[in-house]
Design a protein around this ligand. Structure first.
Ligand code: ZN
Length: 242
């Protein structure tokens, strides 16, 4: 089976449509979205509808959680808070109903899918470093965990009696004996100094994990954000991928 894994779209319709057409070329069997479809960008509703139509798995991210009123935005930074408030005012009942159907996590074949960490999925812990991954591996029953949240493509491999091994996201064949946590990067707001949209294809027979980067119309996404008066820092970061 060939699975497409996408995360952190952040209401960037230009990035999402480019990734979905690239996924079509990859001939994946199914697409799985790991959360944060909304927040930051200008097209939350269109992105939610497209995710609902195209994805088998639809997970909650912290931005959906906040928009559903399940947590406050007080711990968001200023720009994120302003964007979250704009998003909440923009979303209509249909969009809210789509998000209300999203799951917190999902076990699927040999995969575990979650937005942030397998440890306390609704507390949105970041997994950046080896230390962060230990609790995640401890909580996960499967050998392969796919997640997002930090917008940094990354591979963390569990090791016996020592800290997990951390590498930047790159295409590789997973060791059949190995256990991994894989950050699939961000479709709509990459933060690894590469502004292209990022996603992953997992082929389960060979256990091949491929990271893909896709060019999209960044200027068009930025124009819409300016028109919606979204914070300038969120607009400019798209060109730099930071
Ligand atoms: Zn995010």
């Amino acid at each position: 089976m060939k699975y497409g894994l996408i995360s952190d779209i952040h209401a960037n319709l230009e990035a999402l449509t480019s990734v979905l057409s690239d996924l079509e070329k990859q001939r994946v069997d199914s697409i799985h979205c790991l959360g944060d479809v909304i927040g930051y960008g200008a097209d939350p509703e269109a992105c939610l509808k497209l995710i609902q139509q195209t994805c088998d798995t639809k997970l909650l991210g912290n931005h959906e959680y906040a928009a559903l009123g399940l947590q406050s935005v007080e711990q968001f930074n200023e720009a994120a808070k302003a964007a979250a408030e704009w998003t909440q005012q923009t979303l209509n009942e249909d969009a809210v109903a789509i998000m209300a159907d999203f799951d917190l996590d999902r076990a699927l074949d040999d995969m575990y899918l979650v937005h942030a960490s397998p440890f306390e999925p609704n507390r949105w812990h970041y997994v950046f470093a080896a230390e962060d991954a230990i609790r995640g591996f401890g909580q996960m029953k499967q050998d392969l965990g796919f997640f997002g949240h930090s917008h940094i493509p990354m591979i963390l491999r569990e090791r016996p009696d020592t800290l997990p091994h951390v590498r930047a996201g790159h295409t590789f064949a997973a060791d059949p004996e190995g256990r991994y946590l894989i950050n699939v990067g961000s479709v709509g707001q990459p933060r690894d100094n590469d502004p292209r949209a990022c996603y992953v294809v997992y082929e389960s027979d060979e256990r091949d994990i491929e990271f893909h980067r896709v060019e999209y119309d960044i200027a068009a996404a930025q124009r819409k954000m300016s028109k919606a008066s979204l914070p300038e820092t969120l607009i400019s970061r798209l060109s730099a991928g930071i």
